[in-house]
Write a protein that binds this ligand. Structure first.
Ligand SMILES: [Zn+2]
Ligand SMILES: [Zn+2]
Length: 103
């Protein structure tokens, strides 16, 4: 059985080029400036996906249990993924994406 591993590490965002600091409380899986992510996980944090495409945030859902959940579409394979928003994410962008869905 594969162990569930969360990798929390610094990385350079491939979309905006900013250096993303470690999150500290859970795995950092997306850029907190432009919210882009990378299609590297099958299960959160496992880095087992071989696509490595750019995950583009297409909308944000507001869940009562989880708070903001960012919905991504992979530019390479077209799959939809969801990631929980982090506490230091760009709130302006999150709100923009939330509004654009409900309008
Ligand atoms: Zn970025
Ligand atoms: Zn993909």
């Amino acid at each position: 059985m594969r162990k569930f591993v969360e990798i929390d590490e610094e990385f350079i965002c491939e979309n905006c080029g900013k250096k993303i600091e470690k999150l500290g409380y859970t795995c950092r899986d997306h850029c907190n400036y432009c919210l882009h992510s990378k299609h590297v996980d099958i299960n959160p944090g496992d880095r087992a996906e071989e696509c490595h495409g750019d995950l583009e945030p297409i909308s944000v859902e507001l869940s009562n249990k989880k708070g903001y959940v960012i919905v991504y579409k992979c530019k390479k394979c077209g799959r939809i993924r969801k990631n929980k928003a982090a506490k230091d994410d760009n709130m302006d962008l999150i709100i923009k994406l939330t509004v654009s869905k409900t309008v």
